[in-house]
Design a protein around this ligand. Structure first.
Ligand SMILES: O=C(O)C1=C[C@@H](OP(=O)(O)O)[C@@H](O)[C@H](O)C1
Ligand SMILES: C=C(OP(=O)(O)O)C(=O)O
Length: 736
């Protein structure tokens, strides 16, 4: 039987909570406690809850262990609901809330229960909207927003875990705080600004000249007072409930204003300017933080692709910069001495996550502007402790390489990621780092978040890589920079060698002898110029597009053709693709060429296993090529594909099956029978490469293909849709 989730008050907050959890199909029976009949009807009709009851008393006898009561009513009414819960609801049921003030709710819990019972977990989502009511419920309201939970000593572990899990499943980021800290932080950041806005408008409105004031009030007044239009009842509740903390914040502000007043009377320009300058720099920092979050939020929007079958692939295009090199340019540029200039930087969310992490560790990085980034290197030991956990978003490369760098610092850092990254294995870097003497904490099963306790040095070692992974290799080598003596790795098969090449570009000696790579720690990286070529992994989508489309003729300019990355070229050629490289040259230590692809019929092959690490990110689109080839294509030795942004073997097989292609999954690969492709709905599991691969499939499909959840394409290939349209693909992007 399903557990029950009882939502008391199905308005914006409660309704959005239920809608978010229903969207991800969290298995509960969703029951709304709604008094007004019309609202109850609406909540069920909108599918926000499965059924409603009119009181807690009505549903309480049904509730037991594993069930949850979520109180989402106005702050001052929470006490009354808690009283009913104390009297009627089993002590095994988890009781939680969403009120804006926590101290007063905790007091209400104490009054109702006579103690703080283990079943009560208080929380507060830092999200809202000026709208209200069940009709405003939004399944995405909490995505990328913070939710503060305020456990106490008596909070039960299971109850806490359940509440955290529910919030995470809405897409929110959960942070813990004490009740007092929560109320003080909210008093300063939310309650005080509201008080000031109300007060300013009120005092100006009383002014005899108020008509004139409002008539001529421009941006400053509008910006400052927008929130004075908020609901007075709600804010009355908050001011009463959090009075003490608000008064403390108000007193601090009053002192500050008094100083300014004195300075103005004394015409003390210096003091005024100092204060304003300090405030401006804090506000600028805050703006950068907000703009990063807005970018993230934008990425979190639901984006679907709709593709009409057929289309052309013609022209000359340049795809964005190489992701692997972009990450490394920021990392090594930051650790170097001097100013590093990067051009061709990939302005995709993954590389930007790396960039933000280094900014957060005190590195002055300008840009990116049109792919140009300027990094003021701080040297191997110049990074500063980050002010918050470093959010690596969707990017495995950022997390694993950064883990190696943090290992050598004199501070600890926690690396977090989005839902997909949070499921990916980090034991593969935690193990070698521990062997290098570094304390590393991970979540259960070696998953993120991962906390690395840097002790200012690592211990040199030799490491035989258990899997062919450039990320693990790079992590160990970067940690080796902080060791006394030589650190070396041996790889089971060659993987991309951008770390080694770029280190050499920064004047750092790295030896490669057969499968062994080694370096001596404690040297110096010297700033340099880096020209990042186009990413062959992004180019691969268009290579396959041209390879499967009769009449195609496409040139991809300035593509990186590092020998450790050209598996896709080798495999497509082995399948019979007409693919030529021209204008081959070397740019900043990396080989580059223009790649021209024209249509020619493809045939199925057994993909040589030594090509797998050299084409690891290109398999989603290579599977599409295989589906368009005559005969059978067999891939083996590619179990790593199961631990990428999604299980790429399963996700691709499912999608191909939807399109009518015979695709059989094996433990380490896939068998694909080439044949006709129809159309249908594709589930991407939010994996950028799955989304783009099926967009390419439309060129050979006979019916429309609808691809769901494509927002993460922006992690590696911003501008994919417009380039696809430019070459003649019939793709349309829909943002929900
Ligand atoms: O080092 C890198 O930049 C990368 C290495 C590969 O991962 P693994 O090392 O996990 O194979 C690849 O899939 C990823 O997109 C980028
Ligand atoms: C696997 C990929 O990236 P990462 O591991 O950096 O998330 C990818 O881009 O396909």
């Amino acid at each position: 039987m399903l557990n029950k989730l009882v939502i008391v008050g199905v308005g914006l907050i409660g309704g959005s909570f239920a809608a978010a959890l229903k969207r991800v199909k969290l298995p509960y029976e969703y029951i709304g406690v709604v008094r007004r009949e019309s609202a109850a009807k609406e909540a069920v009709e909108l599918g926000i809850v499965d059924r409603t009851v009119s009181s807690i008393a009505e549903v309480a006898p049904e509730l037991g262990e594993g069930d949850v009561v979520f109180i989402a009513t106005p702050t001052l009414t929470v006490a009354n609901i808690l009283q009913q819960c104390a009297e009627l609801v089993s002590p095994y049921v988890t009781v939680t809330d969403a009120a804006s003030v926590k101290g007063s709710v905790l007091e209400a819990v104490q009054d109702a229960y006579g103690c703080i019972p283990s079943q009560v977990v208080l929380g507060h989502p830092i999200a809202g909207s000026e709208q209200s009511g069940v009709a405003a419920a939004d399944p995405y309201l909490y995505r990328t927003h913070k939710v503060i939970v305020t456990p106490t000593e008596s909070t039960g572990e299971d109850h806490l875990r359940r509440v955290r899990h529910l919030w995470r499943m809405t897409g929110a980021e959960v942070v813990d705080m004490s009740v007092q800290e929560h109320d003080q932080v909210l008093a300063s950041t939310s309650h005080l600004p509201h008080l000031l806005a109300y007060a300013l408008v009120d005092s100006l409105a009383r002014d005899e000249e108020h008509d004139n004031i409002f008539k001529y009030a421009a941006g400053g007044f509008r910006d400052f007072t927008r929130i004075a239009a908020s609901d007075p009842t709600m804010w009355h509740d908050i001011m009463c409930a959090n009075g003490d903390a608000i008064v403390r914040s108000l007193d601090l502000l009053t002192d500050n204003i008094a100083q300014l007043r004195t300075a103005i009377i004394a015409r003390d320009g210096q003091a005024i300017k100092e204060l304003f300058t300090r405030a401006k720099s804090s506000r600028d920092y805050f703006s950068r933080m907000i703009s990063h979050r807005t970018r993230e939020a934008k990425m979190q929007k639901v984006i679907n692709y709709r593709l009409q079958p057929g289309g052309e692939v013609k022209g000359t295009i340049r795809v964005p910069g190489d992701k692997s090199m972009s990450h490394r340019s920021i990392m090594l540029g930051s650790l170097a001495v001097g100013t590093t200039e990067v051009t061709g930087f990939l302005e995709g969310a993954d590389a930007l996550a790396t960039l933000s992490a280094f900014r957060n560790m005190g590195v002055d990085i300008k840009g990116p502007v049109d792919g140009k980034v300027t990094i003021q290197g701080v040297g191997l030991f110049g990074l500063k402790p980050p002010t918050e956990p470093l959010n690596m978003g969707n990017s495995g490369t950022s997390m694993r390489l950064l883990a190696g760098i943090v290992a050598g610092q004199t501070f600890s850092a926690t690396l977090t990621g989005d839902e997909s990254l949070s499921k990916r294995p980090m034991k593969r870097v935690a193990d070698p780092l521990r062997a290098m003497g570094v304390k590393v904490d991970t979540e259960e099963g070696g998953r993120p978040p991962i906390t690395i306790h840097g002790a200012g040095h690592t211990t040199a070692m030799h490491y035989d890589l258990p899997m062919a992974s450039a990320q693990v290799k790079s992590c160990v080598l970067l940690a080796g920079l902080y060791a006394q003596g030589e650190t070396s790795v041996v790889e089971p098969a060659p993987t991309r060698d951008h770390t080694e090449r770029m280190l050499r570009g920064f004047g750092y000696e790295v030896k490669t002898e057969d499968a062994k790579v080694s370096l001596k720690g404690r040297g110096t990286l010297t700033a340099t110029q880096i020209d990042v070529p186009s990413d062959i992994s992004s180019a691969a989508f268009f290579m396959v597009a041209a390879a499967i489309t009769p009449g195609s003729d496409l040139t991809l300019e300035h593509v990186g053709i590092n020998p450790t990355r050209i598996g896709v070229v080798n495999i497509l050629r082995a399948m019979g693709a007409n693919l030529t490289l021209s204008n081959e040259r070397e740019v900043g230590g990396e080989p580059v060429a223009d790649i021209t692809v024209k249509y020619s019929p493809l045939k199925g092959i057994s993909i040589p296993e030594d090509q797998v690490p050299l084409a690891i990110d290109e398999f989603p689109v290579l599977f599409v090529a295989a589906a368009c080839a005559e005969g059978t294509t067999v891939l083996t030795g590619a179990e790593e594909l199961r631990v990428k942004e999604s299980d790429r073997i399963q996700a691709m097989a499912d999608g191909l099956t939807t399109l009518g292609v015979k695709a059989t999954v094996t433990s380490d690969g896939m068998i694909i029978e080439g044949g006709a492709m129809g159309g249908g709905d594709i589930v991407t599991h939010h994996d950028h490469r799955i989304a783009m691969a099926f967009a390419v499939a439309s060129l050979a499909a006979s019916e429309e293909i609808r691809i769901h959840d494509c927002a993460n394409v922006a992690t590696s290939f911003p501008g994919f849709v417009s380039l696809a349209q430019q070459v003649g693909m019939q793709i349309e992007e829909q943002t929900l």
